[in-house]
Structures are given as C-alpha cells and as structure tokens.
Design a protein around this ligand. Sequence first.
Ligand code: HGY
Ligand code: MN
Ligand code: MN
Length: 415
Amino acid sequence: MSRTTLSPARILERCEALAALTEEEGRLTRTFLSPQHRAASELVGQWMAAAGMSARVDAIGNICGRLEGERPGLPCLMLGSHLDTVRDAGKYDGMLGVVAAIECVADLRGRGTRLPFAVEVIGFADEEGVRFGSTLLGSRAVAGTFQPEVLEITDRDGVSMAHALRRAGLDPAAIPTAARRRGGVLAYAELHIEQGPVLEDEGLPVGVVTAINGATRLAVEIAGMAGHAGTVPMNLRRDALAAASECVLEVERICRATPELVGTVGQIEARPGATNVIPGAARFSVDVRSPRDAERREAVRSIESAIQDIAARRKVKATITPMHEGKTAACAPWLMEQLGAAIEAEALPVRKLPSGAGHDGMAMAELTDIGMLFVRCERGISHHPAEAVTQADVETGTRVFLRFIENFRPHGGKS
Ligand code: HGY
Ligand code: MN
Ligand code: MN
C-alpha cells in the first residue's frame, strides 16, 4: 500500500464534532430523525463530499456517499456504520466506523486510486432503536427488509415514526426506494469498536468478527390498579411496578442459568409516577441475546411464560409486544480471510471473535455477505460516556481497513 495520508487525529476530531450534536445537555444522546441527527448527517455528508464522494440522503434518512470505480456504475463495496446513539452514549459506537471509512475513501481518492468497483459509505440513521424501540431501521431499509408496520410505533412523546419521517421532510411511502438490488453490492464491511474486553485483555489493537449474536427485544405493559399509598392494605393491591420488578428479577434468573445467554431490562417506567400513588401501570423493555438462536428463542419463551405467571398471581394484566427479532448473523469466511490478510500485512496476529453487541450487519446480511473489523476500546466499556479508543489503535484499525478496501476482491473474484 503506497504512502497514505490517513489522519487518525482527524478521525478523532470528527468523532468529537459529532459528539457535540446531542439532544441532552451534558451527555451524548442522538436519536433517529432528531434535529441533532439531521445535523450529524449533514456534517457527514460534507465530509463525504470533501473526500470526493457524491452524497445524498435516502428515503429513511441514511446519509449515503459514493466514490465511483474505474468506470461509473460499477457494483460497490459498501462500508458504513450508524450515526444514532444510545442515551448517555460514548463517542465512538457507530461514529468511528463512518468517519474511518470516509478517511479511507479520501485517502484512496487523494492518491488517485481507481478501483475495479465503486465504494459506498453509509451513515445509518437508526441502529440503536432508542426512539421507537425497533432497531436497524436504516440498514433494514437498505437491505429491503424494512417492515412498514413499524411506521405506526410512537415515541415517548406519542409521535409516530411515519409522522417523524414527514416532519423530517421524508416520505414513509418512499422507503422501499432505499432498498438496494443484490447485484449492486459486492459486500458490506464495518469497522466498529469491540464494545467488549477481549482485544484489550490480549493486548491486540484489532480483531476479525466471526458472527453477530442474535437478539430479541420485547416491550411489556403491566396494567394493575392505582390507589392511595396510605389507605390500600398490601393484600388488596394490584401494584403494577411491584409486578414488573418481580419480572425483571425473573429475566435475570432465567438468563443467568445459561452461559453466553444475556438478558437485560434497560428501560422501566411506572405511572402515574407519584410518591403517594400505588403504580397502576408499568412498562419495561426486555433484551435477550445469544450466539445460538434456538437457545435465545427458548429463553424468550420462558421469560414470556414467567411474566404471565407473575401477572396472574398478582391479578394484573401483562401485554407483551415483540419489538425486534434479529437472528445471529455469520460473517462471510471469504471476507474474514481478506480482513485477516490486511491485519497480517500489518505484522499483527489475526484474532477472530464473536460480537455480543448488535450491528447493522445483522440487517445487511439479508442483502449481501458481511464482514466486520473490531478496534480495541479501553476497558471494553461502551454504551457509556467513558467509551474510549487510543489514537494509535484508530491508526492501526484504519490502516488495516484501507488495505482491506484496496485489496478487496469480490467473492471468488480474480486477485
Ligand atoms: O444493542 C446493541 O448491541 C447495539 O449497540 N445496537
Ligand atoms: Mn450501540
Ligand atoms: Mn454500534
């Protein structure tokens, strides 16, 4: 790989610039179609244009950049990650992958490299699913698997996804136009922080992902009976929050029983939410993951049955709504091999590892083969403001990714 102009400092500066676009004072939160999300897409679009790409916003709000190959209209190697964040997020989950991919394209263009394929970079609009609960919205639209029924889901202010799209100047009916045809995409590859402790524990800057664990998300509503906190005897209560709390502990008990199975209740809310009122209603989220789909589905069945048993015993009503189901997505061996070769060319060992975290590749796997390159993150911390990477690791990860792009050959393609 001839002398490059990659600038890890610029990548980190751009992650800082994106981190300033937050909906919540004093912490980073950027959700699907918020003004801050749209500002982030605009900023990324400018960086794409400066890298020599054409940039456009697609029908679901993804920002899409394209650098043509040696002649216009060639199928593309698609790169990308997401621009939305969790609440009180770190600066690198998603953003690092988008910014590093743009840096690679800028370098290729700067050296006048024309590849036998186009290169596209996508900043996906919603991977975390924070605003509407349903996740991978941007990548599902690109993969052609977007489910229109999610347009009716409302956010915590009662705004439907369809209405949010229209308010953002997008047409929900046009979402199918974001879908790519299979022949136009040679592969999807994503650079992402590991969000776990393995690379750091083994003193490695990068790793090759073998598979992305499958995940199920549920929304649970508990309907009990509100009442005066001072007058209703304990044995006559139908306390929705107490019932929800017992369910939370049951999720933990069920998932603790199986190695590699994980279950989380990340959101819980009691209504009406006054100190002196017995909660008449409660709602909470459930997130279950495993490397094995059958095991995850079995755990979800056990959790649903436990919730109904608790509700019956406490004389409350439980309504369970599936919000997301993503099966385990295997990374393609041929892409793992090409990523591994790029790591070896940097005289580094090739460490292969699964991803416990979900990624847009789960959706993109419905359209094309996927590959992922992990970059070490400090102490494995993620989904937290302490999420951190070193400039040296960003340099190594981006150099490996650039070499992968430059040496990329379609599956079974001529080397
Ligand atoms: O939830 C996840 O694992 C991903 O960060 N969306
Ligand atoms: Mn995340
Ligand atoms: Mn992510």
